[in-house]
Write a protein that binds this ligand. Structure first.
Ligand SMILES: Cc1cc2nc3c(=O)[nH]c(=O)nc-3n(C[C@H](O)[C@H](O)[C@H](O)COP(=O)(O)OP(=O)(O)OC[C@H]3O[C@@H](n4cnc5c(N)ncnc54)[C@H](O)[C@@H]3O)c2cc1C
Length: 450
């Protein structure tokens, strides 16, 4: 088999596994790899999924690292045609000078177009823009066996919606055409509100969804009692040129993704624990203004604060960390409150805790978003009692009719997943027809029988 043997993990650094890693430089080379008849092949972008979705133990992992060319960028229509390994950061660098930004951005811009489609990623604007697939005009995919197929939502809806959110299990996306979003500057005009508890947090988020294009709450997961669910909510929209200072107005589309700080090499692995996270969350909450409006922030500060620190995932030490993200349908506010109680009662230290409302979901068979509330938590994997807490959260999510996010999940049992994704059987049937020889597989798909 081509490539070299490597050990891979996702961003959470749990569940390492070894595979052959191939990095084809052309679509023809990629097709050849898929045509070798190897069993156990999966695509990999920038490895920003938290779990083992882009790994395949003892199989072949096809990285799109060298399929990273922007083929065409139309400055008038904002249509970008690119290879699947192009990152969102590359698209920003190429699009912003002509006034175009990515239509949906997750909390990191180090994500490829292939990974963004395969996880059907969402951003702070889901309530108005939906998830990534809504902005994909077409993509070219190599099916298991290597045959190319150009897919649009109109001409081939079943393959389109199995691939969007399908976690790489329908084939290797090699190219895509994306509709970018017009912006008047590269800065965001941001309003910040500090809320006292979970009820105020949810009320402000609902109200801000009507007024802003982007909004999200950063919550103090360890606060209890009257402060349960207290948060700092930041909401905003792209600034107009008139909002900028004279210095910024000289270069209204400036975007400098460069310089990033690294985690110091001797950073003690056990430093993320309930005491330090409790102190850090409390200090950060008190430092935030009760209310501030009209602050001008850069794209990096507003959308991707964690990208400012290179390899920040290493602060959790060798045990890594587990992300848990759920969505609960609208109307389940009591269950959202209960989930905050479960986390704070367990004293489980989630360093990054983000609450947001989603708009309606799309047709993706395994796409995660649905109209309602989404909460993302991350815990050091070695947190005592974590398995019990996450099991309780699973039950709460299933009872409320919600689901967990496949790009982050590393432990949900297969039968629980089936309760969360009502179209899973349809996805499995389509996979069986598309890939009867079982060529495509990932560690995630093997665990969950996807
Ligand atoms: C700091 C941080 C913040 C994040 N915030 C968000 C957020 O706000 N919203 C959100 O939705 N997600 C978020 N994520 C998750 C991330 O957006 C997704 O996991 C995304 O899929 C990662 O893209 P990638 O290129 O790194 O893909 P990988 O992690 O390498 O792969 C992810 C999946 O995509 C498949 N895949 C990759 N490339 C292709 C291809 N060419 N063809 C077919 N399948 C492919 C893989 O097989 C795998 O199943 C965040 C991640 C991090 C680290």
């Amino acid at each position: 088999m081509p490539g070299r043997t490597v050990t891979l993990t996702g961003w959470g650094r749990v569940s390492p596994s070894s595979a052959e890693l191939a990095e084809p430089a052309t679509v023809a080379d990629a097709a050849e790899l898929l045509g070798t008849g190897a069993r156990g092949v999966i695509a990999r972008g920038l490895g920003r999924s938290y779990n083992n979705a882009a790994q395949c133990a003892h199989g072949l992992v096809i990285s799109t690292a060298r399929l990273n060319r922007i083929i065409d960028m139309d400055p008038v229509t904002g249509l970008a045609a690119c290879e699947a390994g192009v990152s969102l950061e590359q698209l920003m660098v190429a699009g912003l000078p002509a006034g175009w930004f990515v239509p949906v951005s997750p909390g990191t811009r180090q994500v490829t177009i292939g990974g963004a489609i395969a996880a059907d990623v969402h951003g702070k604007n889901h309530h108005v823009a939906g998830s990534f697939a809504r902005h994909v005009r077409s993509f070219e995919i190599l099916l298991p066996g290597g045959q190319p197929r150009t897919v649009t939502e109109q001409a081939d809806p079943s393959l389109f919606w199995a691939t969007a959110g399908g976690m790489g299990l329908t084939g290797l996306i090699v190219r895509a055409t994306i509709q970018l979003k017009p912006v008047a500057t590269s800065r965001v005009r941001v309003d910040t509100v500090r809320t006292a508890d979970i009820d105020e947090t949810m009320a402000v988020l609902a109200e801000h969804d009507r007024r802003y294009g982007y909004t999200v709450a950063w919550s103090d997961s360890l606060a209890r009692g009257a402060g349960l669910g207290r948060s700092v909510i930041t909401s905003g929209d792209f600034a107009e040129p008139a909002d900028l200072s004279p210095a910024d107005a000289k270069d209204p589309f400036a975007f400098r993704p460069g310089a990033r700080l690294g985690v110091p090499p001797g950073f003690p692995p056990g430093l993320i624990n309930r005491y330090t996270v409790g102190l850090a969350n409390g200090a950060w909450y008190r430092k935030a203004p009760r209310s501030r409006s009209g602050e001008i922030q850069t794209i990096g500060t507003f959308f991707h604060p964690l990208d400012g620190i290179r390899s920040w995932n290493r602060v959790y030490g060798p045990g890594g960390f587990r992300q848990y993200q759920y969505v609960l349908p609208s109307g389940c506010e009591a269950a959202v409150r209960r989930s905050f109680e479960l986390v704070s009662q367990a004293r489980a230290p989630s360093f990054v805790t983000v609450l947001k409302r989603f708009g309606a979901g799309d047709e993706g068979l395994l796409s995660f978003p649905m109209a309602g509330w989404t909460l993302a938590l991350d815990f050091p994997a070695r947190t005592p009692g974590l398995a019990g807490l996450l099991g309780s959260l699973d039950r709460l999510v299933v009872e409320a009719g919600g689901r967990v996010y496949l790009a982050k999940d590393s432990r949900v049992p297969p039968d629980v997943l089936a309760e969360m994704y009502p179209r899973l059987a349809e996805f499995r049937k389509l996979r069986a027809e598309l890939d009867p020889a079982g060529i495509l597989a990932s560690d995630l798909s093997r665990r969950l029988g996807l």
